[in-house]
Design a protein around this ligand. Structure first.
Ligand code: ARG
Length: 259
């Protein structure tokens, strides 16, 4: 995780960002501290990457790499405003003794990649940020099959705003964020998925982190919390309203380290 010490909305690269909306950096830090404390209380170790001035989006640490089996596949950002973040993450992973693979193709790390260990399957998004060629690159880096999913709604520009794993085998997603063929693919692969609606997605209810039992989720997503309880999971709400102004929530702020 990366403390939002320099967080701001200084440019707009997704529909949630509005440079005329004031951002309360101190409040963002307080909300972020709560998120980190929740992970610790749930028994998960939290590691930190140092925030850097001039990189207001660095708080969305999920975008810095995609890490599975001790390998960190590095990011290559779509927009120049975020490009320098890739080097900072690369240095962090190297120092933490991960095998780092520098990407050839544009990809925004865990923003567009996720992993289901029970199926040894990578799910990957494209359409707004990550280049679909990065999906093939990731398949080659990790030796796991990659399911390519096309995103079609600019508000759900990263896969992790529209889909998230609940446990080793099961996912939740918002069908309308995906192209028809990708929707069909998801229906076939995940007939038991928890299906989110437009309100759940707009409340960033899919941008959650699940440990298979507890699901840390944006507090605003009350409908999604009901669905998660109904499906047998324990929702753990955290208010990240300030970080939503940059177009992210729980998952965006969290890079999962799969050694
Ligand atoms: N402002 C950031 C961007 O547009 C938000 C990134 C959110 N991160 C995520 N994993 N979805 O790039």
């Amino acid at each position: 995780m990366c403390k939002p010490a320099y967080y701001a909305v200084e440019y707009a690269i997704n529909p949630w960002m509005d440079t005329s909306t004031p951002v309360d950096t101190a409040l963002a830090c307080a909300q972020w501290n709560t998120l980190a404390a929740v992970y610790t209380e749930l028994g998960h170790e939290v590691l930190h990457i140092e925030p850097e001035p001039g990189l207001p989006d660095m708080v969305y640490a999920a975008n810095g790499a995609f890490a599975v089996d001790g390998i960190a596949y590095g990011a290559r950002f779509r927009y120049p405003e975020r490009s320098p973040e890739a080097d900072s993450h690369e240095k962090w992973y190297r120092a933490a003794t991960w095998t780092v693979i520098k990407p050839e193709h544009t990809n925004e790390g865990e923003g567009d990649f996720t992993y289901l260990p029970g199926r040894e399957l990578i799910l990957a998004g494209w359409g707004f940020r990550t280049d679909a060629r990065a999906h093939a690159e990731a398949a080659d880096v990790f030796g796991h099959p990659v399911v390519s999913l096309k995103l079609v709604d600019p508000r759900y520009y990263h896969l992790d705003t529209a889909l998230a794993p609940l446990d080793d085998d099961r996912i939740a997603y918002y069908p309308d964020a995906f192209a028809p063929g990708s929707r069909l693919l998801l229906e076939r692969l995940f007939p038991d998925a928890v299906i989110a609606d437009a309100d759940d997605a707009a409340a960033f209810g899919l941008n959650f982190v699940s440990d298979g039992a507890n699901v840390v989720v944006n507090a605003e997503a009350v409908g999604m919390q009901r669905k998660l309880s109904g499906a047998g999971y324990e929702p753990v709400p955290v208010d990240l309203s300030e970080l939503k102004k940059g177009g992210g929530s729980v998952k965006c702020c969290t890079a999962e380290l799969r050694r």
